[in-house]
Write a protein of this length. Structure first.
Lengths: 246, 350
């Protein structure tokens, strides 16, 4: 979050200077947005698709997984949980290189990037879900549901999922934000056909004009800032615990 | 109405038996209370009947069918939990409808039956309220309504009133009694509160250290406790060692400080004798069995409990709340011998 914070700050400076420049030259700044769309539109779409897929897959993995880890602990379940958290403490480059080495045959497939993203996003969803399940006594509601005649599937759908609604929303927003902004893995696992938007931003910074870079950065922020604001608003407590956990 | 027959139920934690050989037939449509101190195995027994705790041995038969291997969700037993465990994401009516919903009852029918049960527990006005916006007493009613709505074969209640304050508890106890008598549901009610157990139950089971000490109608168990534990646990009891001698068709109970004359209904020889505080009666000096020294008193509202001593034995008795005594005064007491209970005393047993 500290890294993200400083990132947001410097970029904000970039936006204001761009507006200052464009102001002195007349209302021409929209031209750069159009240019960025033409140039990097496909990257944006790819990144959006990755982020949304990450959200869906994280929900599919993190919710049942979190339930098992929190409510049905087994031998070694704590260790497994730590294993899931591990990618967060390993530099992205190391993870990317490890992925490339491990999957050298399939390198170049777009979904390898998705796998990289999942390594970084699943822990967030998992942590939010396990924290929520551990913070209130879900077992007692499950026991009550059993006594009322609900088998496992009905308990999961009618009792557990509704009580995880908030955690699932906060977790999804986190996953979306992490996936949208993820650079290391995206950059190293990129194929020419499938580049993520942050990787495109890097290309812009190294090769394009200041105005184009600023417009591209602004577009990046226009997606991420509403998400961050929502996280801030909805997920006060969950977020604190996620940071602690991560 | 449904009959529940439990035989040889047993549960151990490590080597310690929490429940040892619990056998009882719960009569159809009646309320049976299980009472005992904490750790007596009463809650474990209830959880095993509900299926929430797996027994080590024994069987549970519902209407002649062995249900002891069934999952709790397939036993059709409604349960009211100590902490109520109302679903926080559902409102009052939705909580009550839950058991019907998982049974696939159509929405209209579900709603009608929920309203009906809510009416029965007198909270129909709260049906759209969130469960954390209602009082503890109301939550208790919702929990009861939820357990009753799907018409369970057996109703299980695990200390349902213990989270409430004394006044409310008394009020709800009365309502619960009327409601359950009216519904004719086979009910098992677990409590550590002896007053609750005696006033609510058609039948009463006293448990201690995983075993049934005694069972029967509350009045019988209170008046004829099977042993010193039951005598001391239900109400207060003065227990003395004595010698019992048969004489002229009556029983002479020779205490260290008095001899009383009781109807012959117990063994002779060395015995324990129990006399309830209410069977110790203030009397004129000439009719007294003995005199005891006044030590202290507790004002209890409707009466005063006296602590007395005689021949180094402590005695408690209850008197009218207006009575005043001086310390170290000798008080003349008559014993209502008809109500005295005796048990044979094994040598070396004190």
């Amino acid at each position: 979050m500290v890294v993200l914070g400083s990132f947001v700050n410097t970029s904000y400076l970039g936006i204001s200077s761009e507006q200052w420049v464009s102001g002195s030259e007349g209302l021409i700044s929209f031209k750069w947005f159009g240019y960025v769309f033409d140039l990097y539109g496909s990257h944006m779409l790819f990144s959006l698709r990755l982020a949304l897929l990450s959200v869906i897959l994280c929900l599919a993995i993190g919710v049942p997984g979190g339930y098992v880890l929190a409510c049905r602990p087994f031998r070694g379940s704590r260790a497994l949980e730590e294993l899931f958290m591990l990618p967060l403490s390993i530099p992205g480059i190391a993870v990317a290189l490890a992925l490339i080495n491990a999957y050298s045959v399939i390198r170049g497939k777009w979904w390898l990037v998705l796998c990289g993203h999942l390594l970084y996003t699943v822990p967030f969803m998992l942590r939010v879900v396990t924290n929520t399940l551990r913070s209130f006594d879900i077992q007692r509601y499950e026991v009550a549901a059993r006594s009322l005649g609900a088998g496992f599937f009905k308990r999961f759908v009618l009792v557990i999922l509704p009580n995880l609604r908030h955690a699932m929303i906060v977790g999804s927003l986190l996953v979306f934000a992490v996936s949208w902004g993820e650079f290391n893995v995206s950059f190293l696992l990129n194929t020419p056909l499938h580049q993520t938007y942050p990787a495109a931003l890097f290309a812009t910074y190294t090769s394009n004009s200041f105005q184009v870079s600023s417009a591209a950065t602004t577009l990046f922020l226009m997606v991420i800032i509403p998400v961050l604001l929502l996280i801030q608003r909805l997920g006060g407590s969950e977020l604190a615990r996620v940071e602690q956990g991560a | 109405m449904h009959e529940l027959k439990v035989s040889g139920l047993r549960k151990c934690y490590g080597d310690v038996p929490a429940v040892a050989d619990f056998s009882y037939t719960f009569p159809q449509g009646k309320i049976t209370t299980i009472v005992g101190p904490s750790g007596s195995g009463k809650s474990s027994t209830l959880l095993m009947i509900a299926g929430l705790l797996r027994q080590d041995a024994g069987s549970i038969e519902l209407d002649g069918q062995d249900v002891s291997a069934l999952d709790p969700e397939r036993r059709d037993m409604g349960m009211v939990f100590q902490n109520y465990a109302l679903f926080p994401h559902l409102n009052v009516r939705e909580n009550v409808e839950f058991g019907l919903r998982v049974r696939g009852v159509p929405r209209q029918e579900r709603r009608r039956r929920a309203e009906e049960v809510l009416h029965l527990v007198q909270i129909q006005s709260l049906s759209e309220r969130s469960v954390d916006r209602i009082s503890g007493g109301e939550q208790q009613r919702v929990a009861l309504a939820r357990a009753l709505a799907f018409r369970p074969k057996v109703l299980l209640m695990d200390e349902p009133l213990s989270a409430l304050d004394a006044k409310l508890r008394e009020q709800l106890r009365g309502e619960l009694f009327r409601l359950l008598q009216q519904l004719n549901v086979t009910t098992i009610y677990v409590t550590h509160d002896q007053v609750e157990a005696m006033s609510l139950g058609n039948g009463l089971i006293v448990m201690n250290q995983g075993r049934i000490e005694q069972s029967g109608a509350p009045l019988d168990v209170y008046c004829q406790p099977a042993n010193t534990f039951v005598a001391g646990f239900l109400g207060s009891a003065n227990i003395f060692s004595a010698e019992c001698v048969e004489k002229d068709g009556r029983l002479q109970i020779q205490l260290a400080f008095a001899t009383i004359d009781a109807p012959i209904n117990a063994t002779s020889g060395a015995c324990w004798v129990m006399i309830r505080p209410e069977d110790m009666i203030l009397s004129p000096s000439d009719g007294a069995n003995f005199h005891a020294l006044f030590e202290s008193s507790f004002f209890m509202g409707n009466q005063i409990r006296l602590n007395l001593s005689v021949s180094e034995k402590r005695i408690t008795m209850d008197v009218e709340n207006q009575t005043v005594f001086d310390r170290n005064k000798r008080i003349p007491i008559r014993i209502n011998a008809e109500k005295a209970v005796t048990w044979p005393r094994v040598s070396g047993d004190h």
